[in-house]
Design a protein around this ligand. Structure first.
Ligand code: SAM
Length: 285
């Protein structure tokens, strides 16, 4: 029997803690030029994608992450037309974004291999999203993209790897400042911000940087079993303070009008996701 052991907490910086998966079959493994990529089958989580030894997504629990990254900002905003996704080459966030009546979704992914190999081996993640006429695909660095363009977006979703390797720049103050310049009035930025139990400084540092650029910078929570350690924090930043306080009634009417199909997100989960346990809110103070 072969096992895949995640190196997130047992690699160079060790907490002496690791999760491992029984591997029924290795589907693909290669070093892409940006990162070491592996796709493998497991008995309990279905097919799994890992980059540089860190779990990115699994067929079994991806929805709890992708739905919350997409629907929370889009339903809070309520009239988003142009969406930018940075990273997210597996297509899961894009799939959820395209459930909304938007004009365009631009996805900027640094590593084309992630897109091609997920399309080949994890097609349920994007579920046709890359063929949607509203999708614009850019292969390149997300930081450079937001620095170089002069378009604006209503919602920016940062679905990045952890702040090591190519993803590190996507947690920098310069990146957040460039994103702010690319948001339309009332625009919202959300980002993956790690698991507070084990990645506390990632949340504290990102929040401090976001606060320098946005009037409202907080985090909201989801739970992704294979991002071990309990709650996962998703960063939230906007200059419109009312958007975080959208009422349950408004969210519910938007959700029902769109006929969204979700397995984790509901308007009540949305509202509750902003209620932070003290050990997490302290990381933001
Ligand atoms: N949900 C995952 C997680 O939190 O672990 C992230 C999944 S998604 C596959 C992350 C993607 O971000 C990867 O495909 C990676 O290639 C991409 N990425 C990393 N750094 C990037 C950058 N600077 N610009 C654009 N994409 C980047």
């Amino acid at each position: 029997m072969t096992w895949f052991e995640e190196t997130l907490y047992s690699g160079a910086v060790s907490l002496g803690y690791a999760q491992k998966f029984e591997v029924s079959c290795v589907i693909h493994r290669e070093t892409t030029g940006h990162q070491d990529l592996i796709i493998f089958d497991t008995p309990s989580f279905g097919r799994v994608l890992a980059l540089d030894g860190i779990i990115q997504t699994t067929e079994k629990d991806e929805f709890t992450y992708h739905e919350m990254l997409a629907h929370v900002p889009l339903l809070a905003h309520g009239r988003a037309r142009r969406v930018l996704v940075i990273g997210g080459g597996d297509g899961g966030v894009l799939r959820e974004v395209l459930q909304h009546p938007i004009d365009s979704a631009t996805l900027v992914e640094i590593d084309r291999h992630v897109i091609d190999l997920c399309l080949a081996h994890l097609p349920s993640l994007s579920n046709g999203a890359f063929d949607d006429p509203r999708t614009r695909l850019v292969i390149g660095d997300g930081f450079r993209f937001v620095q170089d363009i002069d378009e604006t977006f209503d919602v920016i979703i940062v679905d990045s790897t952890d702040p090591v390797g190519p993803g590190e720049i996507l947690f920098s103050e310069a990146f957040y400042g460039a994103c702010k310049n690319r948001l339309s009035a009332g625009g919202i930025l959300v980002s993956q911000n790690g698991v507070p139990q084990f990645q506390a400084s990632e949340l504290t540092d990102s929040h401090r940087r976001l606060r320098r650029h946005f009037d409202d910078a907080v985090c909201y929570l989801t739970v992704v079993p294979t991002y071990v350690g309990g709650f996962m924090a998703l960063g939230w930043a906007t200059n419109d303070l009312s958007l975080r306080q959208q009422s349950l009634e408004v969210l519910a009417s938007r959700y029902e009008a769109l006929g969204l199909v979700t397995r984790y997100y509901t308007p009540a989960v949305h509202v509750a996701a902003f209620a932070l346990p003290p050990f997490i809110s302290r990381l933001l103070s």
